[in-house]
Write a protein that binds this ligand. Structure first.
Ligand SMILES: CC(C)(COP(=O)(O)OP(=O)(O)OC[C@H]1O[C@@H](n2cnc3c(N)ncnc32)[C@H](O)[C@@H]1OP(=O)(O)O)[C@@H](O)C(=O)NCCC(=O)NCCS
Length: 161
């Protein structure tokens, strides 16, 4: 399946479509409030958004933010459109994030540039998606915790391995 991956920032019109995608495919099914469609991290100078497009339509996305003053970056709001799950799109998105950081490629969007050295990539993984992250060699770190009413684990990937 032909999937195009594109890094964007919040000033680009495509970000509005990413928000709609997040709402339909991640937040609403989990019963989250509509305000979560955009969070404080989204417009942070250190944040970037990776969009998966098929025929110019959003079929997946994930957001990335580097943690100020550290060598760590967090990804969040990872989601693939329901009808497109199980076709390797989530894996493609995450492998792009991993290879970008591992090979120290610059992330260049219309209005921003990312060129920090990151050693650890992590996320707060919801219980249903742990197997997906483990399949991509993320490791559980620490104890289970509850966020938004769902069990989560911190999942980490060492970019130097
Ligand atoms: C989790 C999610 C992003 C995975 O995306 P996807 O495109 O369906 O996953 P892929 O098809 O790329 O799967 C890659 C591999 O992970 C496996 N996998 C996918 N989802 C899995 C799951 N929930 N549990 C265990 N393994 C899983 C696949 O079988 C595949 O294995 P393979 O490489 O041996 O074939 C997607 O199911 C989704 O959007 N879920 C709802 C939102 C969500 O929960 N997001 C996570 C928030 S923390």
């Amino acid at each position: 399946m032909e999937i195009e991956l594109k890094w964007i920032d919040t000033e680009e019109p495509l970000f509005e479509k990413v928000k709609t995608h997040r709402w339909i495919n991640l937040l609403q099914p989990l019963g989250m409030p509509f305000d979560y469609i955009e969070g404080p991290n989204d417009r942070h100078p250190n944040s970037f958004h990776l969009v998966a497009l098929r025929d110019d339509k959003v079929v997946g996305s994930c957001s990335l933010i580097s943690v100020e003053g550290s060598d760590r970056a967090k990804f969040y709001q990872m989601s693939v459109k329901k009808e497109f799950r199980g076709k390797g799109i989530g894996k493609k998105i995450l492998l792009e994030v991993i290879s970008t950081l591992k090979e120290k490629k610059k992330i260049k969007t219309k209005n921003k540039l990312f060129e920090k050295k990151i050693n650890v990539l992590f996320c707060n993984g919801i219980q249903f998606a742990i197997g997906f992250y483990e399949r991509l060699n993320f490791k559980k770190v620490g104890e289970v915790f509850v966020q938004g009413g769902y069990e989560h684990y911190k999942m980490e990937y060492d970019l130097n391995l």
